[in-house]
Design a protein around this ligand. Structure first.
Ligand SMILES: *Cc1c(COP(=O)(O)O)cnc(C)c1O
Ligand code: SF4
Length: 339
């Protein structure tokens, strides 16, 4: 780990549980700057922070390079003044999710697959998050709250796959998660489970024995789609967690990334990311064009440039190492594959 800051928090933190890491996460731009030895920018970052709070867990911060304002991990979590600007074409609900909500916390856009918002919060707040303005207050929080969502899935026989998403589904502890997975697996027409999670990347301690057991025990073939944007996110601590996940029988591990200006919009960075993922047995699945959510315009990469990047990747890498470049278009029955 890249622990060279004078901050003893980092040193102590390697043995903490994931819950302790959630509690101890850095919750302000000023604190993030302080632990990384960066100059304070009083006021400037507040525009972004007011809209969407800073939340950066220590294991993720420990992989950042101290003193480097342009660090690709830091840029994903540090609020900036640009977030406060309103730009034409960007809105609070870019994917028109409010129109595809079937029950509180259930989104169904694509045939056969229902997405369950299984948590209101995340283990990290990514500044470009397309749900940064999602009305999570309307989603389920307790077992009783989940009932209408589960009932809705149980009555719709066209649904074969349930996707636990968020927020961050793994913010639920193992007991709650086990209950939820059992409830889902009890619905006879559900044949597959999917978990969209960034937790093993930002707080690898989340990969507990309990989690491994519940994933091993379910009757449902399960796919976990991780979210990593840069090879530097895949530190050795993450590698250990991913190695454990790979021991779960039948678990398929994929990764999705978001194409982000100044973070991973280069052939070198995307190539390194693919190789690092494959080193841990994770297959690159999607490279998403940024969803145009208010406050994220400074991360956008033009599609023409994205297409050129994919073409260059395809010229130098085996097919399985090149993610599908995809964009979400409201109203379409699948994500649109650009390349
Ligand atoms: C992305 C997404 C899915 C999954 O799409 P795949 O192409 O199967 O990965 C399902 N539901 C919603 C609402 C989504 O946004
Ligand atoms: S992990 Fe995903 S849902 Fe959570 S803040 Fe980041 S992009 Fe948003």
């Amino acid at each position: 780990m890249n622990i060279v800051t004078p901050n003893s928090q980092f040193v102590a933190s390697t043995r903490w549980t994931w819950q302790q890491h959630v509690k101890a996460a850095i919750r302000s731009a000023a604190e993030l700057r302080r632990v990384l030895g960066l100059p304070l920018r009083v006021g400037e970052e507040l525009a972004g922070e007011r809209q969407f709070e800073t939340f950066a867990p220590l294991p993720f911060v420990a992989r950042m390079e101290p003193g480097n304002e342009a660090d690709p991990l830091l840029r994903q979590v540090l609020p900036t003044a640009a977030e406060g600007e309103s730009v034409a074409g960007f809105s609070n609900d870019p994917n028109a999710e409010s129109e595809v909500s079937r029950a509180p916390g259930v989104l169904q856009k694509y045939p056969g697959r229902a997405l369950l918002i299984a948590a209101k919060t995340c283990a990290v707040n990514c500044r470009y998050c397309f749900r940064r303005a999602y009305p999570y207050e309307s989603g389920p929080t307790s077992r009783e709250d989940w009932r209408p969502s589960l009932d809705q899935i149980a009555t719709d026989h066209s649904i074969e796959e349930v996707i636990l998403s968020g927020g961050e589904p793994l913010i639920n502890d193992d007991t709650r998660l086990e209950w939820l997975v059992q409830e889902i697996s009890r619905i006879p027409h559900i044949r597959r489970l999917r978990i969209h999670s960034r937790f093993p990347i930002v707080i690898p301690q989340r990969v507990t024995e309990g989690l491994l057991e519940l994933l091993s025990d379910t009757r449902l073939p399960t796919t976990m789609v991780l979210h990593t944007n840069h090879a530097q996110e895949l530190g050795d601590d993450v590698g250990d967690a991913l190695t454990k996940l790979r021991q779960v029988p039948r678990l398929v591990l994929l990764n999705q990334s978001v194409l982000l200006r100044g973070i991973n919009d280069s052939v070198r960075v995307l190539t390194e990311l693919s190789w690092r993922l494959l080193e841990f047995g994770i297959v690159p699945y999607y490279l998403h064009q940024l969803d145009r959510v208010t406050g994220s315009h400074h991360f956008e990469v033009e599609q023409a440039r994205g297409l050129a990047l994919i073409e260059q990747l395809r010229n130098s890498l085996p097919g399985y190492a090149v993610p599908r470049y995809a964009v979400e278009v409201p109203g379409c029955s699948s994500k649109q594959i650009l390349a």
